[in-house]
Design a protein around this ligand. Sequence first.
Ligand code: SF4
Length: 223
Amino acid sequence: MMEYKEILDEIEKQLEGEAHLDELAKKKQDPFKILISTILSARTRDANTRIATEKLFAKYNTPESIVEANIDEIERLVKSSGFYKVKATRIKEVSKILIEEYNSNVPDNYEELLNLPGVGSKTANCVLVYAFKIPAIPVDTHVHRISNRLGWVKTKNPLKTEVALRNTVPKELWLKLNRLFVRFGQQICLPIRPKCEICPINLECPKDFSMELENRGKKKRSL
Ligand code: SF4
Protein backbone atom coordinates (compact mmCIF):
# COMPACT_ATOMS: atom_id res chain seq x y z
CA MET A 1 0.00 0.00 0.00
CA MET A 2 1.30 3.46 -0.89
CA GLU A 3 2.19 5.94 1.84
CA TYR A 4 0.60 9.41 1.98
CA LYS A 5 3.72 11.00 0.54
CA GLU A 6 3.90 8.59 -2.38
CA ILE A 7 0.27 9.25 -3.26
CA LEU A 8 0.78 13.02 -3.18
CA ASP A 9 3.94 12.67 -5.29
CA GLU A 10 2.09 10.63 -7.91
CA ILE A 11 -0.72 13.17 -8.02
CA GLU A 12 1.73 16.06 -8.34
CA LYS A 13 3.40 14.52 -11.39
CA GLN A 14 0.12 14.46 -13.27
CA LEU A 15 -1.07 18.00 -12.58
CA GLU A 16 -0.86 21.07 -14.77
CA GLY A 17 -0.82 24.77 -13.91
CA GLU A 18 -1.36 26.36 -10.52
CA ALA A 19 -4.40 27.14 -8.40
CA HIS A 20 -5.02 30.80 -7.73
CA LEU A 21 -3.87 30.96 -4.08
CA ASP A 22 -0.79 28.97 -4.95
CA GLU A 23 -0.04 31.45 -7.71
CA LEU A 24 -0.27 34.36 -5.24
CA ALA A 25 1.93 32.53 -2.72
CA LYS A 26 4.57 31.81 -5.36
CA LYS A 27 4.59 35.48 -6.37
CA LYS A 28 5.10 36.27 -2.67
CA GLN A 29 2.02 38.47 -2.57
CA ASP A 30 1.35 40.02 0.80
CA PRO A 31 -0.84 38.28 3.42
CA PHE A 32 -3.54 40.96 3.03
CA LYS A 33 -4.02 40.12 -0.65
CA ILE A 34 -4.09 36.40 0.15
CA LEU A 35 -6.68 36.94 2.90
CA ILE A 36 -8.94 39.07 0.70
CA SER A 37 -8.55 36.70 -2.23
CA THR A 38 -9.54 33.77 -0.03
CA ILE A 39 -12.66 35.65 1.09
CA LEU A 40 -13.46 36.34 -2.57
CA SER A 41 -12.96 32.67 -3.48
CA ALA A 42 -16.00 31.48 -1.50
CA ARG A 43 -18.45 29.64 -3.75
CA THR A 44 -16.84 30.57 -7.03
CA ARG A 45 -14.28 29.30 -9.49
CA ASP A 46 -10.61 30.18 -9.42
CA ALA A 47 -10.90 32.12 -12.67
CA ASN A 48 -13.55 34.44 -11.18
CA THR A 49 -11.57 34.92 -7.97
CA ARG A 50 -8.49 35.82 -9.98
CA ILE A 51 -10.33 38.53 -11.96
CA ALA A 52 -12.00 40.01 -8.87
CA THR A 53 -8.76 40.05 -6.85
CA GLU A 54 -6.71 41.68 -9.58
CA LYS A 55 -9.38 44.30 -10.35
CA LEU A 56 -9.70 45.21 -6.69
CA PHE A 57 -5.98 45.32 -5.96
CA ALA A 58 -5.22 47.35 -9.07
CA LYS A 59 -7.14 50.16 -7.36
CA TYR A 60 -7.14 49.43 -3.65
CA ASN A 61 -4.36 47.31 -2.17
CA THR A 62 -4.24 48.26 1.52
CA PRO A 63 -6.76 48.03 4.38
CA GLU A 64 -6.76 51.85 4.57
CA SER A 65 -7.62 52.37 0.91
CA ILE A 66 -10.38 49.75 1.08
CA VAL A 67 -11.93 51.31 4.18
CA GLU A 68 -11.98 54.71 2.50
CA ALA A 69 -13.33 53.43 -0.82
CA ASN A 70 -16.99 53.68 -1.69
CA ILE A 71 -18.84 50.39 -1.12
CA ASP A 72 -20.47 50.59 -4.58
CA GLU A 73 -17.03 50.80 -6.13
CA ILE A 74 -15.78 47.76 -4.18
CA GLU A 75 -18.90 45.84 -5.21
CA ARG A 76 -18.31 46.73 -8.86
CA LEU A 77 -14.67 45.61 -8.73
CA VAL A 78 -15.38 42.23 -7.09
CA LYS A 79 -18.59 41.50 -8.98
CA SER A 80 -17.11 38.59 -10.98
CA SER A 81 -16.64 36.57 -7.77
CA GLY A 82 -20.41 36.31 -7.14
CA PHE A 83 -22.20 37.15 -3.87
CA TYR A 84 -20.41 40.44 -4.38
CA LYS A 85 -22.52 42.55 -2.04
CA VAL A 86 -21.82 40.31 0.94
CA LYS A 87 -18.18 39.92 -0.02
CA ALA A 88 -17.67 43.70 -0.47
CA THR A 89 -19.14 44.35 2.97
CA ARG A 90 -16.95 41.63 4.53
CA ILE A 91 -13.82 43.00 2.89
CA LYS A 92 -14.52 46.45 4.28
CA GLU A 93 -15.27 45.10 7.78
CA VAL A 94 -12.12 42.96 7.81
CA SER A 95 -9.98 45.89 6.61
CA LYS A 96 -11.35 48.10 9.38
CA ILE A 97 -10.54 45.53 12.08
CA LEU A 98 -7.04 44.97 10.70
CA ILE A 99 -6.38 48.72 10.97
CA GLU A 100 -7.91 49.11 14.42
CA GLU A 101 -6.65 45.95 16.09
CA TYR A 102 -3.66 44.67 14.16
CA ASN A 103 -1.81 47.77 13.00
CA SER A 104 -2.97 47.01 9.43
CA ASN A 105 -1.31 43.58 9.46
CA VAL A 106 -2.92 40.19 9.00
CA PRO A 107 -2.62 38.06 12.15
CA ASP A 108 -0.68 34.84 11.68
CA ASN A 109 -2.58 32.61 14.08
CA TYR A 110 -5.71 30.56 13.69
CA GLU A 111 -7.77 31.98 16.58
CA GLU A 112 -7.31 35.62 15.62
CA LEU A 113 -8.01 34.92 11.95
CA LEU A 114 -11.15 33.05 12.91
CA ASN A 115 -12.40 36.09 14.82
CA LEU A 116 -12.45 38.20 11.66
CA PRO A 117 -15.93 38.59 10.13
CA GLY A 118 -16.65 36.04 7.41
CA VAL A 119 -13.47 34.09 8.10
CA GLY A 120 -14.15 30.43 8.79
CA SER A 121 -11.83 27.52 9.34
CA LYS A 122 -11.02 27.04 5.64
CA THR A 123 -10.11 30.69 5.08
CA ALA A 124 -8.04 30.90 8.28
CA ASN A 125 -6.11 27.77 7.32
CA CYS A 126 -5.60 29.03 3.75
CA VAL A 127 -4.06 32.23 5.09
CA LEU A 128 -1.76 30.26 7.40
CA VAL A 129 -0.61 28.01 4.57
CA TYR A 130 -0.45 30.39 1.61
CA ALA A 131 0.52 33.65 3.34
CA PHE A 132 2.71 32.43 6.19
CA LYS A 133 3.74 28.87 5.25
CA ILE A 134 2.49 27.65 8.64
CA PRO A 135 1.44 23.97 8.43
CA ALA A 136 -2.36 23.69 8.41
CA ILE A 137 -4.96 21.81 6.38
CA PRO A 138 -7.55 24.01 4.65
CA VAL A 139 -10.44 21.74 3.78
CA ASP A 140 -12.55 22.93 0.88
CA THR A 141 -14.97 20.87 -1.16
CA HIS A 142 -12.13 19.21 -3.15
CA VAL A 143 -10.11 18.19 -0.09
CA HIS A 144 -13.24 16.87 1.66
CA ARG A 145 -14.39 14.84 -1.35
CA ILE A 146 -11.02 13.40 -2.36
CA SER A 147 -9.98 12.45 1.18
CA ASN A 148 -13.22 10.48 1.50
CA ARG A 149 -12.89 8.83 -1.92
CA LEU A 150 -9.35 7.76 -1.05
CA GLY A 151 -10.53 6.31 2.26
CA TRP A 152 -8.20 8.60 4.22
CA VAL A 153 -11.19 9.78 6.23
CA LYS A 154 -14.81 8.76 6.61
CA THR A 155 -16.46 12.05 7.46
CA LYS A 156 -19.66 13.91 6.78
CA ASN A 157 -18.42 17.50 6.65
CA PRO A 158 -15.24 19.52 5.98
CA LEU A 159 -14.65 20.38 9.65
CA LYS A 160 -14.60 16.71 10.60
CA THR A 161 -12.36 16.01 7.63
CA GLU A 162 -9.90 18.63 8.85
CA VAL A 163 -9.69 17.04 12.29
CA ALA A 164 -9.37 13.53 10.85
CA LEU A 165 -6.65 14.55 8.38
CA ARG A 166 -4.68 16.31 11.09
CA ASN A 167 -4.69 13.05 13.04
CA THR A 168 -3.53 10.89 10.16
CA VAL A 169 -1.50 12.83 7.57
CA PRO A 170 2.13 13.51 8.60
CA LYS A 171 2.65 17.20 9.38
CA GLU A 172 5.38 17.66 6.80
CA LEU A 173 2.76 17.07 4.09
CA TRP A 174 0.17 19.56 5.34
CA LEU A 175 1.50 22.53 3.39
CA LYS A 176 1.12 20.79 0.06
CA LEU A 177 -2.11 18.87 0.64
CA ASN A 178 -4.59 21.64 -0.21
CA ARG A 179 -2.47 22.91 -3.08
CA LEU A 180 -2.41 19.44 -4.72
CA PHE A 181 -5.97 18.33 -3.95
CA VAL A 182 -7.53 21.56 -5.26
CA ARG A 183 -5.88 21.12 -8.65
CA PHE A 184 -6.40 17.34 -8.60
CA GLY A 185 -10.11 17.97 -7.93
CA GLN A 186 -10.28 20.47 -10.79
CA GLN A 187 -8.40 18.32 -13.30
CA ILE A 188 -8.84 14.60 -12.54
CA CYS A 189 -10.84 13.67 -9.43
CA LEU A 190 -13.76 15.81 -10.60
CA PRO A 191 -16.89 16.14 -8.43
CA ILE A 192 -19.00 14.46 -11.13
CA ARG A 193 -17.52 11.77 -13.39
CA PRO A 194 -14.00 11.64 -11.97
CA LYS A 195 -11.44 10.63 -14.59
CA CYS A 196 -10.42 7.41 -12.84
CA GLU A 197 -9.18 5.94 -16.14
CA ILE A 198 -6.31 8.44 -16.31
CA CYS A 199 -5.81 8.79 -12.55
CA PRO A 200 -2.24 8.05 -11.43
CA ILE A 201 -3.44 6.42 -8.20
CA ASN A 202 -6.29 4.42 -9.70
CA LEU A 203 -5.02 1.08 -8.43
CA GLU A 204 -4.55 2.40 -4.89
CA CYS A 205 -7.88 4.21 -4.62
CA PRO A 206 -10.80 2.36 -2.99
CA LYS A 207 -13.16 4.83 -4.74
CA ASP A 208 -15.34 5.27 -1.69
CA PHE A 209 -18.23 7.43 -2.87
CA SER A 210 -20.43 6.64 0.15
CA MET A 211 -20.24 10.17 1.64
CA GLU A 212 -21.34 11.72 -1.68
CA LEU A 213 -24.10 9.19 -2.27
CA GLU A 214 -25.42 9.78 1.23
CA ASN A 215 -25.39 13.57 0.68
CA ARG A 216 -27.18 13.20 -2.64
CA GLY A 217 -29.78 10.99 -0.97
CA LYS A 218 -30.32 13.63 1.69
CA LYS A 219 -30.73 16.36 -0.93
CA LYS A 220 -33.34 14.29 -2.77
CA ARG A 221 -35.23 13.55 0.42
CA SER A 222 -35.35 17.23 1.31
CA LEU A 223 -36.77 18.25 -2.08
S1 SF4 B 1 -9.25 6.72 -8.86
FE1 SF4 B 1 -10.95 8.07 -9.32
S2 SF4 B 1 -11.95 8.47 -7.35
FE2 SF4 B 1 -9.89 7.68 -6.92
S3 SF4 B 1 -8.61 9.49 -6.69
FE3 SF4 B 1 -8.45 8.82 -8.82
S4 SF4 B 1 -10.02 10.01 -9.92
FE4 SF4 B 1 -10.47 10.14 -7.73
